[in-house]
Design a binder for this molecule. Sequence first.
Ligand SMILES: [Zn+2]
Length: 306
Amino acid sequence: MIEPEDTTGLCHWCKYTTTKPDLSIASNLLSWKKLELAKRRLLIQLEQLGLPPYTADVGKTYPLNFKFMGDEIDAEGNEKKIMTGHDDGEIVINIAEADSVHREQTRVLLGEPQRTLIGHMRHEVGHYVDWCMVQNIAPEEYKALFGDYNLDYQEALDLHYKNGAPADWYLNHVSAYATMHPNEDFAETFNVYLDLMAIATTAIDQGILNIDISADSKIQDDIQRILDIAIMASEFNSDMGLSPLLPEQLPQPVIDKLAFVHSLRSKKKVDSLKKFLEQSKANPAAIAEPVAPATIAVEETAAAST
Ligand SMILES: [Zn+2]
C-alpha cells in the first residue's frame, strides 16, 4: 500500500529494492515479479517476528536494500558476473536465480538438497542481521556457538573449496556450507530458523499446532513439534515424488544455535540493541565497525545458499 504522504509512487515493500533488473530484456519482468514476491514474504516474516530491520530503529542506522541484477557485458564484450551476496546492508541477487531451470542445474552441480529464492533471501538477510545486530550486542555468545567471525573470510573460502567440509559436519552444523566460516554458519542457521518459524506460523494458523513462538518463549522445547509437522509434510511430498519440506537434520548443537537466533527477538536483546544504537548516536567514533567481510559477496561462486 502506498502511504498518503508518499510522492514516489512506491509502496513500503517496493522501496527496499534500489536496483531493478534491466526491463529492456523481456524475460526479466517475470523474473523480477518472482523476486519481489520472495522479498515481500521475507520482509513480512521479519516484521512479524520483530527481527531487523524491524527491531527498534536499527533499519535507520543500518539500512537494508536489495539489488536485483543480471550478468552484464561491458563495452569490450567481457562478461561481468553478478554474485549473489550481502555487503553492509546491501543484498544482491542475480536474477538468473529466478529461472527454475538455472536454479535446478546449480542445485545439482553443488549437491544442495534445496535451492529456492526465499532460501537465498533468508540466508542473505542472516548476514545482514549478523552485521547490524548480533556482532554489536552479543559477540561473546556468538563466538561461543558459531566461532570467531574475525577469521579471514577469503582464506576460509579457499580452504573450504580445496578440502570440502569435514565428513562429520552434520554433528554440529545445519549444512556442509555452514562449516566454511562462522558468518556462513550463522547465515545458514538463521535461514533454517526462518524456515521453522514459517512452518510453525502456517501450522498454528491452520489449527494443527499449538505452541508459543512469541519473542520470549523457550523455542528449544518446541522445535521437535515443528519438526513433526515438517516430517508429515515431507511424507506428503514423497507421496507426490517431491523433495522433503525441510531436508536439514537438527542435532543438539544446531538446536542451541537456533535457540540463540530465537533469543534475538527477546526483550533483553532488543533492549541491548536500543542501548547500543543510542550510544552509537552519542559517540559514533567509539563504536567499532562490525565485521562484514566484503568478500561475502563472492560466495555465490559455488556456495550452497539454500
Ligand atoms: Zn553466505
